[in-house]
Design a protein around this ligand. Structure first.
Ligand SMILES: Nc1nc2c(ncn2[C@@H]2O[C@H](COP(=O)(O)OP(=O)(O)OP(=O)(O)O)[C@@H](O)[C@H]2O)c(=O)[nH]1
Ligand SMILES: [Mg+2]
Length: 609
């Protein structure tokens, strides 16, 4: 196939605006599935965590055939933590479908991904999706999109973007708001006519950059990228230009292209097409593959720096090894190092203690997904409170800032604005959409750690919060995060109803009767601001008089079960989160009360900044 008949596009959008659903329907309407084939919804979200969370975590590619054209499609994640990956993927394509929800309109991540697409001079097609929504407001949304293009400094050509109105769910698309076709033909036609074919010549010397990595048990590591020029042939010698500047020679042993959802083995792939190569265990993102004779590296890919870091620590709690594989520091280190081989936006550093590794990522979700994956592999470990990574610019400390968009019913405006003010947010814009208010803020990332849960409670679940990394700006000064103390277990044992009843009078419990606890474990939240120790394993004293059955019927008010993300947001700097395949426990770093007191006293004398 000549590259004239190839179109490479990435689908980009804010989270949940319908990218993966759109790919589903593009696949089915182009005949990628057999008739009667049972296809699951959001088929591209293929890993367990993606299906559970209903979001795309890893970018993936597929291709469809349309009237003799091959359209390679890259489905990207919409969540802000994975923005770096989306940016890299744009190197593989000539055009993007910018999907925007017909009701929600432009959101922080819409801005981020469009900015990156315009910077790389990609041809945009705007897809106003979810036209079937009752409250769709497509005309306003197109205006917002146009404003966003202007705001981002789009040139005149870019401002001429075509607009497709669609319902990915119903598989309909059209150029006219009131008249959608019953299929995606208008979308396919626009892609074929508006997106240019890739430019590279198949007879030139080979050059290809690795943009994505995949892994499977049979093939090992798989490198994926678009062939910039030349042809890659099975059996040929190629050169790999490594990130560190060194050069390696390899023979191409296994080569694939993408057809529908399948990777198809082939003997050669020519310029313009997307290729997957197996058999090179050390290959990494950003490295260039080229001809033995003509060795020209493509510019290294810029990768967004991590903004949030935390320690991963060998589990040294009294329950260590009871629920998962006992993990030595060597094993923990090796596991983390393996992760950075495929995840370029993650950073892992050793520390002065062999049991502690510093892990830095793009945000709370990015780190939470790593933790969850490791738990599912059967590992046990502990992590510390996530902290933002500051850096020094011109002698001043700078910290990461985010664009925050909040949609709330009007009555919550006052209280939410006050809270965000305390977290150092600056209001940038306020608009009314129907009975809702949209508030746009610039806010330090620090101010958002743990804010989502509080926000959902405050707005009784009616609020929607969206954020996206903006840039580093001068440090905004200190503010306190947690205003309440915790309830700490006095001794190791099993919590019982009698003990918990007394503790419950102090605040909210995180555990239930029958839970095994250890001294220094956090079992609840105090309603006041200091930490207190509670004896939840204490049995009621037995007396000679037969006790009435009254005790058995008393009911606890119920406990608050913290999810991984909530617990991560909750813990303080003097605490760890202990993670095992079965449990998530919060504990004090110093388990004994006397040790905590000594530490606190020393800390007051020599405060650490
Ligand atoms: N009503 C309506 N819902 C849609 C449409 N397209 C997608 N959805 C729904 O929107 C939700 C998110 O869809 P996805 O396709 O997972 O969105 P996404 O953009 O891939 O999300 P991320 O990958 O997590 O960023 C799902 O519940 C879809 O069923 C549409 O055209 N109409
Ligand atoms: Mg998706």
């Amino acid at each position: 196939m000549s590259s004239d008949n190839i179109r490479n596009i990435a689908i980009i959008a804010h989270v949940d605006h319908g990218k993966t659903t759109l790919v589903d329907k593009m696949l089915s309407q182009s005949g990628a599935f057999r008739e009667n084939e049972q296809v699951i919804e959001r088929v591209m979200d293929s890993n367990d965590l993606e299906r559970e969370k209903g979001i795309t975590i890893l970018a993936k590619n597929t291709s469809i055939k349309y009237k003799g054209y091959k359209i390679n499609i890259l489905d990207t994640p919409g969540h802000a933590d994975f923005g770096g990956e989306v940016e890299r993927i744009m190197k593989m394509v000539q055009g993007v479908l910018l999907v925007v929800d017909a009701f929600e309109g432009c959101m922080p991540q819409t801005r981020f991904v469009l900015k990156k697409a315009l910077e790389q001079n990609l041809i945009p097609i705007v897809v106003v999706n979810k036209m079937d929504r009752e409250n769709a407001r497509p005309l306003e949304v197109v205006d917002e999109v146009l404003d966003l293009f202007i705001d981002l400094g789009a040139n005149e050509d870019q401002l001429e973007f075509p607009v497709i109105y669609a319902s990915a769910l119903d598989g309909k698309a059209g150029l006219d708001i009131d008249n959608l076709d019953t299929d995606f033909v208008p979308l396919f036609e626009t892609i074929v006519n508006q997106i240019p074919a890739p430019q590279g010549q198949k007879d030139d010397p080979l050059q290809m950059q690795v943009t994505l990595l995949d892994y499977n048990d049979y093939l090992g590591r798989i490198a994926i990228g678009t062939i910039n020029r030349g042809t890659m042939k099975k059996g040929n010698q190629i050169i790999v230009l490594k990130r560190d500047g060194t050069i390696e020679t390899h023979r191409v042993t296994k080569l694939f292209t993408f057809e529908g959802l399948k990777r198809v083995e082939t003997d050669q792939v020519a310029a313009g097409d997307i290729v997957a190569l197996a058999g090179m265990e050390q290959i990494n993102v950003g490295e260039t593959l080229c001809d033995v004779d003509t060795c020209e590296p493509l510019p290294l890919l810029t990768i967004d720096e991590p903004t949030l870091q935390m320690s991963f620590i060998v589990n040294n709690s009294p329950f260590s090894g009871k629920e998962g594989d006992p993990v030595t520091s060597r094993k923990l280190g090796a596991r983390l190092m393996r992760e950075i081989e495929t995840d370029v936006s993650l950073r892992v550093e050793e520390t002065s203690s062999p049991d502690v590794f510093l892990v830095a990522g793009r945000g709370e979700l990015h780190l939470a997904i790593l933790i969850e994956t490791m738990r599912r592999e059967g590992l046990e470990f502990q992590v510390s409170k996530p902290q933002v990574i500051t850096k020094r610019v011109d002698g001043r400390i700078h910290e990461p800032f985010e664009n925050l968009t909040i949609d709330i019913p009007e009555e919550y405006t006052g209280s939410i604005m006050e809270k965000i003010g305390l977290r150092k947010g600056t209001l940038m814009n306020m608009t009314h959409i129907r009975e809702q208010v949209r508030l746009e803020y610039s806010i330090p990332t620090r101010g958002l750690v743990g804010f989502r849960t509080e926000f959902l409670t405050d707005t009784r679940g009616y609020g929607i919060l969206n954020r996206s990394f903006d840039s580093y700006k001068p440090y905004q000064g200190d503010f306190t995060s947690r205003t309440r103390g915790v309830l700490i277990a006095y001794e190791s044992g099993t919590a019982n109803t009698y003990g918990l009843l007394a503790a419950e009078e102090r605040g909210i419990l995180f555990i239930e009767p029958g839970t095994a606890v250890y001294e220094g474990m956090v079992v609840g939240e105090n309603s006041r601001d200091q930490d207190i120790v509670v004896n939840i394993c204490k049995e009621k004293a037995l007396t000679n008089v037969r006790s009435s059955t009254k005790d058995d019927t008393v009911k606890l008010k119920g406990s608050r079960n913290l999810s991984l993300e909530q617990a991560l947001a909750y813990i303080d700097t003097d605490e760890y989160l202990e993670l095992t395949p079965k449990s998530i426990r919060i504990r004090k770093k110093y388990l004994k009360k006397a040790e905590r007191e000594r530490f606190e006293k020393n800390n007051k004398k020599n405060p650490v900044s």
